[in-house]
Design a protein around this ligand. Sequence first.
Ligand SMILES: [Zn+2]
Ligand SMILES: [Zn+2]
Length: 353
Amino acid sequence: MTKIIEYKCPACGGALAFDSHSQKLKCPYCDSEYDVETFDPNQMSHSAISHSQTEEADPLVKAYVCQSCAGEILTDINTGATICPYCGNKVIVPSQFEGKFEPEFIVPFQFDRRQAKDAYREHMEHLDFIPDIFKADARFDEITGLYVPFWVFDVTTEGAAKYNAVMTRSYISGDFNVQETRHFVVNRHGKFEFNKIPADASRKMNDQLMDSLEPISFFKVKQFERGYMAGYYASRYDVSEEECRMRIQDRINSTTKAALDATVTGYSSYSSTGYQINILDTKGHYALYPVWILNVKWNNDIYTFAMNGETGKLVGSFPFDQKAFNRYVLIHGPLFALFIFGLMMIFMTFMGG
Ligand SMILES: [Zn+2]
Ligand SMILES: [Zn+2]
């Protein structure tokens, strides 16, 4: 037996959804608005207990019964917020966010579906070699608002480094042009604190894509409340804190090195001869982060685009339409095309993050 919660409007019974503009739960039928922190979904008598029928049958799939239409809602085992495919009812599964799965923080969506659509559309309009399928309007309706689980780390490190540095100058002395080079051994030692280093904690999300959404700024962060998830999809973590900590290890090391390097100033040049870096302390926080996802299937590949739901930053790997490009080459001549191709490659590399 798995309990599910439906966020229903106390005024009219309509399905409430979190509204990114007002940052409140909003009823699409009567426009009533409710505070996320104070709204109690249990006040509605039909927010009821639901049986999970096929849970035993397939360990990777969970099934819930929609309290509004009795339709069966299938999700993967980590999904904690979803939308009934039959009636559009917003469903939250509280048990997915309890105990060790209870997030400390959540960053509520700051951009709605329309804004996400507009951002994609505008972006693609400026690209000539995007296949038409990517520009088709219907595609944009497949945009999904998803709360992605993240582990976010506060880290304290201690680092020491040695450098060989030189300072050169040249001057005229009598009949001589003097080139003077002085050599230094430079030592640096310091303690560094890094706040909120993020690592996505969902196996189904591409790590590179998620990394490219940075800065994951957490400016709009709130204490976790389930109501923020109403109307969106949400997944709980399936990558442990420890595993994410391992993943950011390299990053912590290179950031500490860069911080040490940045203090070596006033020399003509320097090179490091060794670092020693210790991590003194890490503290992981579990948070849900808003992302608009668009998957497009083309030529048997799936292209995923993502928009940071907090900052609006858009990332993704756009496909390259060879046919459109060939047509372009025929018209404009090979040299110019080659130039454009070079630019496109640079651009796509950049976009790929
Ligand atoms: Zn209502
Ligand atoms: Zn339903």
